[in-house]
Design a protein around this ligand. Structure first.
Ligand code: ADP
Ligand code: ZN
Length: 723
């Protein structure tokens, strides 16, 4: 008798190592197989990670695999990616696997959809409910059972009864297709010479079937999407799968339509709003190779492509690609890693590449393809500064006279204006005129933001909300509160008083419930049913509003001048994108930047349209201080309810850090937000040269760390976004 086979199964829990399980006789499993295993008192899905071995005493505890989940096994490539990412981010492998098994509770054979149709004579027993069902099905067509029950206003049991009596017949329905194969020849655009050159290079990259990174660097409106669609077409022709990552799911609908216009069918979608069963089918369709193209949010990076051929990261500079809870990872960087492991080409697309990507392109680690002009000969908007020190609005107002005048002219011409202010609510600060008391969040080191539409004060960090107090909690003065500074709601109030006849709309994530509603509002703007849009960053990204000709940035300094060196980059990218909304079809667009510091390098680069001015100075300063991408950074954040204990733990950790001449340790210091949700935060920053295994160093260090007691928590973030 041969010994029982033992395999190592990784389960999606906070563990680094797989557990050993026995393979029952008669069951065959291969590496990567998705299986069900007993785990403590419950059962869990897991993945066979490799062969196990006998260890002394194991036979007493060894449990068997219960079942095989009928989906294709995870490929070596995906398992290699999970291992790599876990090792790099210091997250337990099981937690990384969990992201690749996001649909596990809905896996398995699909519940069959049942259809019904008329089959025989009227049953003997008739009721009004039965009558409604039979009338609905009079035409003889098949209808899904659930739908028929809903339409006829009856419970499904009424239908079952009619089937039992022979009046209706049940038939099995095929599940709706998730995604059909795109047709590369469906509607091929005529590309401009510059676009064709870039598209040709991308096609070659796809044909080469090897890892290579291309930066598709084109100004807003240059047609980057049309260009990378040619790479998708090439992958489809070659029968290989494409993953397109997008930062904003609110944008994907317009994108899916655009894809359908080019390829005749919509691609599959992957994000949190996709219903669970559909997700499970999408997952299985990707694992079986039936789904050729997926468009998704960062979590799509963990999908089980069986035959990958191309990865595209749209708006690669976008900060939402960084996940900052659970497993901390940057989806753009990890997309490059996955492309390398899968040995496929990857395209990073942006009008304002991240400094990291820009440096990689300058050092020729990435190939740059440039689209320096807008499609259709449209010019980039003409930018002007409004120096708030000299020509600002009167106190309590936020729109300078020159900007107001330009808005007036634009709407008179039938064009649209966008006033951009990246701050939700009415006012960021409320203070007592009597004693100067500021309304603060009780859980966070932050002011409460007034939301006048909702008659609430709320904290933008923990979500705490309260109604505005009648009197000052400190000096008891009644009605003494004043709102300080503008939010979009306050700006809209000013717009209404300046332009009483204009149609204005505020776009801010807290005022719009649901993706559908948001898409409606975007459609209204695109159709020209709005004159003045007042919006946060929600309107900055990717939208195409044909009538928009004027963009006014109300506070261009916001975000600059904070301690964070990355603030300059973010402000540059955001404002460049906002400005890029203007003049996409209206001819010469205009942009105004209201600023207190017109000489700031970021503001100057935005005004002159000279991107090099920004990248040049930013890259030089990163290099000088050894910041990424010239050096590596990690952060270690210690949080806890008790300030002293938290600080003490952080100090103890720093004292235990292995000494290494390559590493510099800064802190602990109170984190930029020192108190969030009632937890104090201390941060340690760790700096090393580029060619240094910082993840390995951090792992060795954490192994020496004291036990976390008293609710203390630690978070390691490799490549933190703020530093
Ligand atoms: P980007 O992503 O670079 O900002 P888009 O891809 O959104 O630019 O293109 C801007 C607009 O120009 C879109 O409406 C797009 O359909 C149009 N466009 C770009 N290239 C072409 C082309 N070759 N033929 C027709 N329309 C094009
Ligand atoms: Zn709070």
């Amino acid at each position: 008798m041969t010994a029982k086979r033992i395999v190592d199964v990784l389960v999606p829990v906070a563990l680094d190592h797989p557990y050993s399980y026995g393979v029952p006789r008669g069951m065959t499993v291969e590496t990567g197989q998705v299986v069900r295993v007993p785990l403590g008192p419950r059962e869990s899905t897991g993945v066979v990670w490799g062969e196990g071995e006998w260890k002394p005493g194991l036979h007493n505890r060894l449990k068997d695999i219960t079942d095989i989940v009928p989906v294709p096994p995870l490929t070596d490539e995906l398992r290699g990616f999970v291992d790599w990412l876990s090792n790099y981010t210091l997250s337990p492998r099981g937690m990384v696997l969990r992201m690749a098994l996001r649909m596990n509770e809905h896996l398995g054979p699909e519940r069959e959809r049942v259809g019904i149709r008329l089959a025989g004579p009227k049953p003997q027993r008739m009721t009004p409910a039965r009558g409604r069902v039979l009338r609905l099905l009079e035409d003889g067509f098949v209808r899904p059972k659930g739908e028929a029950a809903r339409e006829a206003g009856v419970s499904p049991s009424v239908i079952d009864g009619l089937v039992d009596d022979g009046a209706l017949e049940a038939v099995a329905l095929k599940p709706e297709p998730i995604a059909e194969t795109p047709d590369p020849t469906y509607d091929v655009p005529t590309l401009t010479a510059a676009q064709e050159k870039a598209a040709g290079a991308l096609r070659e990259a796809v044909k080469a079937e090897t890892f290579a990174v291309t930066l598709l660097d084109g100004v807003t409106g240059s047609g980057k999407t049309d260009v990378y669609f040619e790479a998708v077409a090439q992958a489809v022709r070659a029968g290989r799968q494409t993953l397109i990552l997008m930062p904003e799911i609110a944008l994907t609908n317009a994108f899916l339509d655009r894809f359908a216009a080019r390829f005749g069918v919509r691609p599959a979608e992957w994000h949190s709003q996709v219903a669970p069963r559909r997700r499970a089918r999408t997952w299985a369709g990707i694992a079986s190779g039936e789904i050729p193209v997926v468009v998704g949010a960062r979590s799509a990076l963990f999908l089980p492509f069986v035959n990958p051929g191309l990865i595209i990261v749209d708006e690669e500079h976008d900060a939402v690609y960084k996940q900052e809870d659970g497993v901390h990872y940057h989806a753009r960087d990890m997309a490059v890693v996955r492309a390398r492991i899968a040995n496929v080409p990857i395209i990073l697309s942006s009008a304002t590449p991240s400094v990291e990507t820009e440096v990689n392109a300058r050092k020729s680690r990435y190939t740059r393809l440039s689209l320096p002009e807008r499609f259709g000969g449209q010019q980039m908007p003409h930018m002007e500064a409004i120096d708030l020190k000299r020509e600002g609005p009167i106190r309590g107002r936020y729109i300078a006279p020159r900007l107001a005048e330009a808005v007036g002219i634009a709407i008179e011409r039938g064009e649209q204006a966008l006033l951009f202010l990246n701050r939700r609510g009415y006012a960021p600060l409320t203070l007592c005129r009597g004693c100067g008391h500021r309304l603060q969040c009780p859980n966070c080191d932050a002011w409460l933001v007034e939301h006048r539409f909702r008659r609430q004060l709320s904290c933008h960090h923990c979500g705490f909300t309260t109604s505005p107090p009648k009197s000052c909690p400190k000096c008891n003065a009644v009605d003494s509160f004043v709102a300080v500074g503008p939010g979009v709601e306050r700006l809209e109030e000013e717009v209404a008083s300046l332009f009483p006849n204009a149609r204005a709309m505020v776009l801010s994530s807290d005022l719009i419930v649901g993706v559908e509603r948001m898409q409606q509002e975007f459609a209204e703007i695109a159709e020209g049913r709005v004159d003045i849009v007042v919006g946060t960053q929600l309107v900055a990204k990717g939208h195409h509003f044909p009538k928009l000709n004027l963009v006014g940035v109300v506070d261009a300094d916001m975000g600059l001048g904070q301690g964070d060196p990355r603030a300059a980059e973010r402000t540059f990218q955001l404002l460049h994108q906002v400005a890029g909304r203007a003049g996409r079809e209206t001819g010469q667009g205009h942009g105004f930047l209201q600023t207190h510091q017109p000489e700031h390098p970021v503001i100057r680069a935005l005004l002159s349209g000279d991107r090099e001015a920004f990248y040049g100075s930013e890259i030089a300063s990163r290099e000088k201080f050894g910041y990424p991408p010239f050096g590596r950074l990690a952060s270690l954040v210690v949080t806890g309810a008790d300030k002293h204990k938290t600080e003490a733990h952080a100090k103890k950790l720093v004292a235990l850090a292995p000494s290494d001449p390559a590493v510099r340790i800064l802190g602990p210091a109170e984190a930029p937000l020192a108190l969030v949700r009632g937890r104090h935060r201390y941060r340690v920053l760790i700096k090393s040269p580029r060619a240094f295994d910082l993840s390995g160093y951090m792992r060795d260090w954490i192994a020496l760390a004291p036990k976390m007691t008293g609710g203390i928590k630690r978070e390691v973030d490799i490549d933190p976004q703020s530093f």
